[in-house]
Design a protein around this ligand. Sequence first.
Ligand code: ZN
Length: 90
Amino acid sequence: MTRYLVLKNGKFVRSRIPGRYAGNVTHRIFGRLTCASGLRLMHAENRVFFLTWEDAVAAGYRPCQKCHPERSDRYARRDGAWQLIAKTGG
Ligand SMILES: [Zn+2]
């Protein structure tokens, strides 16, 4: 099973869930798990994941300008892939 490298309490740990944002180590950018450019450009070894927006920013990453991640993003695993699910309020 895939193990994601997730920043947790200041340390990167292996997790079965990726958290809410995917980051690129080389470019110091974080974006949505569903970001097309992220999925295409990021080699597996360059990918890290963040549980919260604050974690990503504190680690020195900036938001992706293609997918515009938001603090309220939530994901669910559907049909074998992580998908952005509808926000609350509807
Ligand atoms: Zn992106």
